[in-house]
Design a protein around this ligand. Structure first.
Ligand code: F6P
Length: 358
């Protein structure tokens, strides 16, 4: 193998640049050339490439986002036809051809479930691929944690700490909405670490009466404020999730959003305590990568290069209990589900009296 390509796709997160740096430096040291595919599957199909040398990746490991750009919508085997709105076509084969024309013999694709599903298709179509899982949602069974999760937890903890001081000053209830789609990992870990009083997760529907009674109990106990950590997809028993928009041509069509505003108004009305909503949103994904994500990204990037160099492909690489592991690309999605009965952070939170709205 003389030349490999690297691509980041799906929602960005911290740690991606550490993977890119590790891939480029490891590959170049083995005598390989590296090409970056720009903007995820858009660049794969539209043939947007850039050569990557060691000089291009110095000092990028801690920078948030991805120097290659990303897109969280496009799918190469269901790609919008030019000038024919609403029609799609399979562009996998001709996109592989584009890379072959410039001498690429293997790819490293970094992304979430949707991205790696397309990576499997590309691998099956004849381009050797190694996939690397990343997502702040931490809901992929291939790696525990996924790249980006730990930085997102840290970002969220810092934000909640800032909210606590203003909540204290004004004797307020602040409902903090956190990303994560249908996975509660980010809300649970950040909420717990930042000392939230109530944690609402998508894995367990909440009872509004329980939440409001808990708010009253806490405020009446003499504490000056309440922090409610609410996952963006959490919902009241018997009600639907709060959807902000549908992105119809996206792998994950639902975009959650709005639960903090809704719940905050309900709490204020029912308890009489002043309440404010705060949506952490994309702030959770951005900014400098924490050291754990830099290390995880570099380890997985290096592992991926070594596998490709040994002519081994068709794997997703990940970390489990501090060891590096690889699994075959699964045919079906294998999400990692947060098991509230089995998770020790959840257990500790419950034992410490943190309320889950039930
Ligand atoms: O999957 C990552 C994620 O950040 C989710 O936590 C969030 O719901 C979603 O992406 C946001 O997507 P977008 O960047 O399209 O708004």
């Amino acid at each position: 193998m003389k030349k490999i390509a690297i691509m980041t796709a799906g929602g960005d997160c911290a740690g991606l640049n550490s993977v890119i740096r590790a891939v480029v430096m490891s590959a170049v040291n083995k005598g390989l050339e590296v090409v970056g595919v720009m903007d995820g599957y858009i660049g794969f199909v539209e043939r947007r490439y850039r050569n990557l040398t060691k000089n291009d990746v110095y000092d990028i490991e801690k920078e948030g986002g991805t120097i290659l750009g990303s897109s969280n919508k496009e799918c190469p085997f269901h790609y919008p036809k030019k000038d024919k709105k609403g029609e799609y076509e399979d562009r996998v084969k001709d996109s592989i051809e584009g890379l072959r024309e410039i001498g690429v013999e293997g790819m490293i694709i970094i992304g979430g479930d949707g991205t790696l599903d397309s990576a499997r298709v590309i691998n099956e179509a004849g381009m050797p691929v190694i996939g690397i899982p990343k997502t702040i949602d931490n809901d992929m069974s291939a790696s525990e944690p996924t790249i980006g999760f730990q930085t997102a937890v840290e970002n969220s903890v810092q934000a909640i700490r800032k909210l606590k001081s203003t909540a204290y000053s004004h004797r307020r209830v602040i409902v903090v909405e956190m990303m994560g789609r249908t996975s509660g990992y980010l809300t649970l870990y950040a909420g717990f670490a930042a000392g939230a009083d109530i944690i609402l997760l998508p894995e367990q529907d909440y009872d509004l009466d329980v939440v409001c009674n808990e708010v009253k109990k806490i405020m009446e106990s003499g504490k000056r404020y309440v922090i409610v950590a609410a996952a963006e997809a959490c919902k009241e028993k018997g009600k639907k999730e709060t959807i902000a928009r549908i992105v119809s041509d996206s792998f994950e069509q639902k975009r959650y959003g709005g639960i903090a505003a809704k719940l905050s108004a309900q709490i204020e009305e029912r308890t009489g305590y002043e309440s404010r909503p705060m949506v952490l949103g994309h702030l959770q994904r951005g900014g400098e990568a924490c050291t754990s994500d830099i290390l995880l990204g570099a380890r997985l990037g290096n592992y991926a290069v070594n596998l490709l160099y040994d002519n081994r492909s068709g794997y997703i690489v990940g970390a489990k209990e501090s060891a590096l592991v690889k699994i075959r690309f699964p045919k079906n999605r294998e999400p990692r589900i947060l098991d509230l009965e089995d998770n020790d952070i959840c257990r500790a939170a419950r034992d410490m009296g943190i309320n889950f709205g039930v």
